[in-house]
Design a protein around this ligand. Sequence first.
Ligand code: AHM
Ligand code: MG
Length: 289
Amino acid sequence: MTVSDPVVEDVVATISRSATEITQGLIGRRGAVDEENPSGETQMEADVWADEMLGERLAAIDGVGQYASEERPEAEDCGTDPDSSDAYAVAVDPLDGSSNLRSNNAMGTIFGVYDAALPAPGEDLIAAGYVLYGPITTMVIATEETVAEYEMTGGERQLIERDITLPDEPVVYGFGGRVPDWPADFERYAREVEDELKLRYGGAMIADVNQVLTYGGVFAYPALESSPEGKLRLQFEGNPIGYVIERAGGRSSNGDESLLSVEPDALHDRTPVHVGNADLIDRLEEALE
Ligand code: AHM
Ligand code: MG
């Protein structure tokens, strides 16, 4: 057993069961809908569908006070009073990397369980993790106790490994955004890393981060000249992934400090995201000084 909090266990079990349905329900939902999410991105039919499914199910859990997702503008109050001291908030990216759906490449579902009303800093996370829809569906769950990986069969989780830590010797890197849009100091850092590590970038953060968790290395979606806050969202992407990687012995950074210590202003705040082996993130912060 790697999850000791009963509400977290319910959240994880609900996402586990939904993951199998999500993989099956993607067929026929690969097109875009005529809507944008709160970040101004075109939504896929599958984004809206997965958000509705997860929102309905997670909101029904006793002890969940708020449900928020990348696909809806506000955090929704659920059955449990969000201001009560034993209410948790669940933040979800229902289908991370859904633009990969058209070309049938990997995607994920990300979740964070916060012991605070949203928006909240990552220091308030009590658990976070993701489902990776790859050739097989796996789930990584990080809690205060451990980081564990499961394989998913028919909605059941089968433990594969617990106490996961990043390998000491980094092997892979993956950086998002277009090179001409990278700030000069990030580009200098990237050139160094490119000489040392192998490129692994697939356009779904979850898949790219799972490469880093498995082989060691660094993933970044940096600040861009055209978008100084980068692309990824703190509540739904940066914090949960920062939590997983830090629990696994790595570091996360917005370029300046741990993602987990960033104070959010708003639910859909964006942030530059850099996660990976501690020495690679230390070097990144030095490069960006
Ligand atoms: P999404 O959650 O709307 O799919 O957007 C996030 C995704 C990340 O998974 C990935 O790292 C990034 O967007 C890829 O962006 P790009 O296509 O610009 O490389
Ligand atoms: Mg995403």
